[in-house]
Design a protein around this ligand. Structure first.
Ligand code: OGA
Ligand code: MN
Length: 217
């Protein structure tokens, strides 16, 4: 194990540990402040260049529903990635390797998009997995908001199932720059609460290969 393996382990282990013990994992230092600023700058440039689209819902007939989600997104492509974006995808790829060595999820692919929620927009309670496609195993959200204040709202609310409906609990997470949140896509419902200002992230999914595993549970 060299130094970079060691620092990856220190960064990634708490995420895995969190998922196994609490259902979700969180680290505050996945990105450095300079990386947050770099990606946020690229995001704004790309949006100004007209590359963003209103996000849709569904995977077969995609429709835009502002009453369900109000974010604008742009998928990251390896081929057209800037150095900042490539560095981000590289860190995700290292994380995928780490997950594959420590858990048996059989991750093969990942997909990420920038997301911008204009002030006042939200994403209602939902599950990230499509009914007709179960390849999304882990949801990953990485926030790009410098100096986010509690009073600005925009939290991610994750619903943790209890033994019955009444014992369900909620975790509330602020979209603080550099922070990464990760949870099982098919298991935890969650929502994005409205914020008083623009809210930025890079969001994506770690997936199994094209031949879906048969799920027994
Ligand atoms: C999503 C999502 C959460 C967040 O894009 O599916 O739930 O905190 N995002 O941005
Ligand atoms: Mn989601």
């Amino acid at each position: 194990m060299d130094d970079s393996d060691l620092s990856s382990a220190l960064l990634f282990e708490p995420i895995i540990e969190g998922i196994l013990t609490n259902g979700y994992g969180l680290v505050d230092t996945f990105l450095t402040p300079a990386e947050v600023t770099g990606l946020a700058t690229r995001l704004h440039e790309r949006r100004a260049a007209g590359q963003f689209r209103a996000a849709g819902i569904g995977n077969q007939q995609v429709t835009v529903e502002n009453t369900i989600r109000g974010d604008e997104i742009l998928w990251l492509e390896e081929a057209s990635a800037t150095p900042e974006e490539r560095a981000f995808l590289q860190r995700i790829s290292t994380f995928v390797d780490y997950v594959n060595q420590t858990c048996y999820l059989g991750l093969r692919e990942y997909e990420f998009h920038y997301a911008l929620y204009p002030a006042g927009t939200f994403y209602k309670r939902h599950l990230d997995r499509f009914r007709t496609d179960s390849r999304r195993k882990l949801s990953v959200i990485c926030y790009l908001n410098t100096d986010w204040q509690e009073s600005e709202g925009g939290q991610l609310a994750i619903y943790l199932p209890g033994t019955d409906e009444a014992s369900e609990s909620q975790v509330i997470i602020s979209p603080v720059g550099g922070r990464l949140v990760c949870f099982e896509s098919g298991r935890l419902e969650h929502e994005v609460l409205p914020a008083t200002c623009e809210r930025l992230s890079v969001t994506g999914w770690l997936k199994t290969g094209s031949i879906p595993f048969v799920s027994l549970g």
